[in-house]
Ligand binder design. Structure first.
Ligand code: FAD
Length: 306
């Protein structure tokens, strides 16, 4: 049974669809499998549900000056789903018993099991950001070596325009030093097909860790104005005035410092912590940590003749 606090599955695999037909990834922008397990998952998706390979490059910027990209770095295959990256989470949740609007506020330690929202289970996997896992563990009087302050925040800003995005060899800009407030810019409508109707552009700006922390409490309009101002400086007049916009505030965006899965989870336990707080801030690693959590639980049960 999956208990999900919000009104949808996927967490930071989060897609916003604006009514004009624009599709924005507000969380994870791309999937770049480095291992067989995740690559196998993506390749094994049924026809029509597979992601598209991104053909364009990611290039660096220095103070909004676009620099040449690195061919070696851009050789890694990267993927995104035309319908939005949350499609992967929806597909994984297909057929599972998912309870939405079901925040878990505490865990009860029971003999040979764990109590979650009034029901008894043999085991529980906490697939939430590290600091939130820590809080839940504390409700059952447990401490584990997870850092309470390991995550950076991120303001993610969707910007939609009634004009085509420039057709460039790159789809994304990154500030490798994260000195500029524009940490990342993704031309969603140039990333993979299906992200915008003809004559429309969909762009996502992610602000740097520092700018996100400094501006986190600002009103949406003020954040949009700043983000769109950077796009205007890159592409010229009109790009500073989007027709549609949306801000997502990620308090726990990606871990700067993750704990190690094996130092947080011991064989034989009934509560296993998964998610990127015990690996690294990538969808691939979060996925693999869930598989590891399942394997650890099964190992414990087999060891006890279960
Ligand atoms: C802006 C941004 C850009 C990113 N870009 C990339 C990228 O390009 N590529 C990449 O691979 N990764 C990227 N990442 C990182 C990636 O999204 C995460 O590492 C990964 O999705 C984490 O998955 P998770 O399952 O550990 O946690 P989450 O996706 O955060 O899922 C946790 C879920 O638990 C729910 N929840 C929390 N507390 C409770 C509770 N008490 N009870 C019930 N439910 C609860 C939440 O609502 C959420 O749905 C990005 C992240 C952000 C924010």
């Amino acid at each position: 049974m999956v208990f999900e606090a919000s009104d949808r599955v996927g967490g930071r695999l989060a897609t916003w669809r604006a009514e004009q037909g624009l599709v924005f990834d507000m969380g994870a922008t791309l999937l770049a499998p480095t291992g067989e397990e995740f690559r196998g998952l993506l390749e094994g998706l049924p026809e029509g549900r597979r992601p598209e390979r991104i053909g364009k490059w990611i290039v660096p910027h220095e103070g909004l000056r676009v620099l040449p990209g690195d061919s070696a770095r851009n050789a890694t295959p990267r993927y995104a789903f035309p319908q939005g990256n949350h499609a992967l989470a929806e597909w994984l949740a297909d057929g599972l018993d998912v309870r939405l609007h079901a925040a878990v506020q505490w865990l009860d330690r029971l003999k040979g099991g764990v109590g979650v929202r009034g029901d008894r289970f043999d085991a529980a996997v906490l697939a939430v950001p590290g600091p939130q896992a820590l809080e839940l563990l504390e409700t059952m009087g447990e401490r584990r070596p997870i850092r309470p302050d390991g995550y950076r925040s991120c303001l993610s800003v969707a910007l939609g325009y009634p004009m085509d995005a420039p057709d460039l060899p790159w789809f994304a800009l990154i500030d490798p030093d994260q000195r500029h407030p524009l940490g990342w810019l993704s031309l969603e409508s140039r990333k993979v097909p299906g992200r915008a109707p003809a004559g429309w552009a969909a762009i996502v700006a992610q602000l740097s860790a520092r700018a996100s922390a400094d501006w986190f409490e600002l009103q949406d309009d003020a954040i949009v104005e700043r983000a769109a101002g950077f796009v205007g400086r890159l592409f010229g007049r009109g790009w500073d005035a989007p027709a549609v916009a949306r801000v997502v505030r990620w308090k726990h965006s990606q871990p700067e410092l993750s704990a190690m899965f094996e130092s947080v989870n011991r064989p034989g336990g009934t509560v296993v912590v998964a998610g990127d707080g015990v690996t690294k801030g990538r969808v691939e690693y979060a996925y693999e940590s869930g598989r590891r959590a399942a394997a650890l639980l099964l190992e414990g049960w087999e060891g006890h003749g279960g």
